[in-house]
Design a protein around this ligand. Structure first.
Ligand code: SF4
Length: 392
């Protein structure tokens, strides 16, 4: 923890103790690197013991510094957390219990790669208290999975979902990807049907995002592969909007569908702007008006040399984040409460300008107003990137 962080700690501690925190932990190791990946991760497993020790030390340091705050959601992401040995997972869980008050814990998610799990590992993870699993399925087509550089095939993905159920995970989520070169609309719908048929409780639909240089981007730039057009991708999302509710998976956020009551509590806290602490390389935190991201250079982070990237949000930025994130959710935003907050922050004209534009969009069928509650329509969700730009 840098001196600059220590000087800010009293206000950080107040924010951390005001309501239960969410805790995100990043495990930056993978068996192989997928061809589209832009996450902080490495295949160099020789770094794992030191990085794990540093993660445990950080958990203890932050728990003490913040006054052992209450935590109500845990999320172990990556990378591939299922590459942790059971000893490492047990030590991590015990360190969390010592450093934080987990008595209000409502959800403890771990991400897993279908190519790395077995029944014994899953059962012991479940016994340690991890109660939700998110599996990176991505597609149920071996050729597409190979194109993405995934280490698993479709049969292994379905087997991992089955193993997770047998291990006692009653809350299982899968990621499904849209926009893969060569992926047809009918295949996405078929994959969604098969996944829903396994009885999983949650499905996240992601658009393939090639924002950085990566092998898949190079293939596309060289003309060897072609991305589907924007219209084709929009058709897929529209078809999923219709199909998934028929399969019992109701939309609750732009990219997320769940059985009633199985929505991700941890991810919802991001959209509700509730406080969270992220530990591990590239992990992001938000407490009060301060947001920071840990260094994404794994050896530098492990050796304590990487400086976090810190951002202080001003009142207008804080206000804008409420609709920017809240409109991602199907229930939308309580505009009356936003107006009251804007008044208190002397930002009423800004809030009124947004309201005028959002009410205008209702005439185009993109927003739905019920008195002072506003949400995006199904078509608005498809065009959310453009609409939400007004808050950036
Ligand atoms: S499993 Fe996830 S984090 Fe690992 S390389 Fe693939 S996309 Fe990246």
């Amino acid at each position: 923890m840098t001196p600059e962080f220590q000087s800010w700690l009293p206000s950080g501690r107040r924010a951390a103790l005001a309501e239960p925190l969410g805790l995100y932990l990043h495990v930056p190791f993978c068996v192989d690197r997928c061809t589209y990946c832009s996450f902080t991760t490495t295949r160099d497993r020789s770094l794992q013991p030191d990085t794990h020790r540093r993660l445990l030390a950080d958990i203890s340091t932050w728990g003490t510094a913040l006054g052992r705050p209450a935590v109500d959601t845990l999320y172990l992401g990556g990378g591939t957390p299922s590459l942790l040995s059971l000893e490492e997972l047990a030590a991590l869980t015990a360190t969390l219990r010592r450093a934080f008050d987990l008595s209000p814990l409502a959800e403890a998610t771990l991400e897993a790669n279908p190519g790395t799990v077995d029944l014994a590992w899953l059962q012991q993870a479940r016994d340690l208290g991890w109660d939700r699993i998110s599996l990176g399925v991505q597609a149920l087509d071996d050729a597409l999975l190979a194109r993405l550089g995934r280490i698993h095939g479709s049969a292994q993905a379905l087997e991992a979902l089955d193993l997770a159920a047998r291990a006692g995970f009653s809350r299982r989520s899968a990621d499904l990807m849209v926009g893969i070169p060569g992926q047809s609309l009918s295949k996405v719908i078929e994959d969604a049907r098969v996944l829903a048929g396994t009885g999983l409780e949650h499905l996240s639909i992601y658009l393939l995002d090639l924002d950085k240089a990566c092998p898949l981007r190079a293939e596309i730039d060289a003309g060897r592969l072609t991305l589907p057009s924007e219209d084709e991708v929009a058709d897929v999302f529209e078809a999923l909007q219709e199909e998934l509710p028929r399969l019992g998976l109701a939309p609750y956020e732009i990219s997320n569908y769940a059985h009633p009551g199985a929505e991700s509590i941890h991810n919802t806290r991001y959209w509700e702007r509730r406080p969270y602490l992220g530990l591990g390389p590239s992990a992001a935190s938000q407490l009060g008006n301060r947001r920071w991201t840990e260094s994404g250079i794994i050896p530098a982070w492990t050796e304590g040399r990487g400086e976090p990237d810190v951002q202080e949000l001003d009142a207008a930025e804080l206000l804008a984040e409420i609709p920017l994130l809240g409109l991602r959710m199907h229930r939308g935003v309580d505009w009356g409460a936003l107006r009251t907050l804007a008044e208190a922050l002397h930002l009423r004209p800004l809030c009124d300008a947004w309201e005028t534009r959002l009410r205008g969009l209702e005439k185009e069928g993109l927003t739905v107003w019920k008195e002072d509650q506003v949400c995006l329509s199904a078509r608005g969700m498809l065009m959310s990137n453009g609409i939400l730009q007004m808050f950036v």
